[in-house]
Design a protein around this ligand. Structure first.
Ligand code: NAD
Length: 308
């Protein structure tokens, strides 16, 4: 498997993602681009040294937008410096839009024709914006969406029931942000409905409500951010899993930010929903049998994101 990945934004997320990618041998060529040329060069040399210990020899370099030609995947993690007091991703909207206006045309002018992965926040809006600016087919512009939120909730449930996270099947959907919703109705642990697991384990669950778990999932990112100034490992692992499904054509399902073209009656927006990911990008969106309440949650996010 040969593949070339370009990461734009060599900050905390971009560099942790690069480390995750080379550790898993997900490409044979990795290019990093950042406005801060000294920093990106330092990161690249450090990564080259790390690659000495890894199974796959990867050509890692600090590059320019010309390197987007022939790239299979371009990942965008660039952002303006974050306000340490921030507690809302939509607050980053205007600055992020301006950064996209600078980056996306430069990527496309160099003949990029692969899959674009958005990580910069607010990620659902940035995915829509990148899709519009790039002119790429909707299947090939994907946001990391609620993959990380789903991991955070899975981690919480894994601790609550002392069960390996891989045996938990749940989806956080809608916005990667305050209006995110959990699809409780289809969630299972080892094939058993979560609702039944909750009822059968009152000694473990105590008085934790579904709404409290949703709120804890939303707050998890801010809890990390306000302590260490960024979040990096969880998002890097989330994005490298998406990348793995693309480069190995895995057809795995992740709740990514995708273009909605009349699904659940919603259209012309990027929202996070489970989707099958393979070498062509989004193969299809998985339509769930959502409850009335879950459908209302989707509508709330839709209104917020359409208004952004
Ligand atoms: P950071 O400040 O450490 O890094 C941002 C990098 O972008 C900097 O190195 C900066 O020089 C670079 N940059 C800025 N403008 C650029 C441009 N025009 N061209 C090229 N490079 C440019 O930030 P971070 O902690 O790495 O976070 C990056 C983004 O990822 C943020 O938007 C953050 O909110 C987002 N994030 C998303 C998720 C998610 O689940 N989607 C999770 C964590 C972080």
């Amino acid at each position: 498997m040969k593949s070339k990945i370009v990461i734009i934004g060599a900050g905390n997320v971009g560099t942790t993602l690069a480390f995750s990618i080379i550790h898993q041998g997900l490409c044979n060529e990795l290019v990093m681009i950042d406005l801060n040329r000294e920093k990106v060069l330092g990161e690249v040399i450090d990564l080259q040294h790390a690659n000495v210990f890894m199974d796959r020899k990867i050509a890692i370099k600090s590059g320019s937008y010309e390197d987007c030609a022939g790239a299979d995947i371009v990942v965008i993690t660039a952002c303006a410096p974050m306000n340490p007091e921030a507690d809302n991703r939509l607050g980053m909207l205007e600055e992020s839009k301006n950064i996209m206006k600078a980056i996306i045309p430069a990527v496309m002018e160099n003949g990029f024709d692969g899959i674009m992965l958005l990580v910069s926040n607010p990620v659902d809006v940035m995915s829509y914006y990148a899709w519009k600016l790039s002119g790429l087919p909707k299947e090939r512009v994907i946001g990391s969406g609620t993959v990380l939120d789903t991991a955070r909730l899975t981690c919480l449930l894994s601790h609550l029931f002392d069960i390996n996270a891989k045996s938990i099947d749940i989806n956080v959907i809608c916005e990667h942000g305050d209006t995110e919703a959990v699809v409780w109705s289809t969630a299972t642990i080892g094939g058993k409905r979560l609702e039944k697991v909750m009822k059968d384990n009152v000694d473990r669950v105590c008085d934790i409500s579904y709404e409290q778990m949703r709120k804890d999932t939303i707050d998890a990112g801010w809890k990390i951010f306000h302590r260490k100034g960024n979040t990096s490992y969880g998002i890097a692992a989330s994005v490298s899993s998406i990348i793995k499904s693309i480069v190995f054509d895995e057809d795995r399902i992740y709740p990514v930010s995708v273009y909605l073209d009349d699904i659940y009656g919603l259209k012309d927006v990027y929202l996070s929903l489970p989707a099958v990911i393979n070498k062509s990008g989004v193969r299809e969106i998985v339509k769930l049998n959502l409850s009335e309440e879950e459908l209302q949650g989707l509508t709330v996010s839709y209104r917020v994101l359409r208004g952004s």
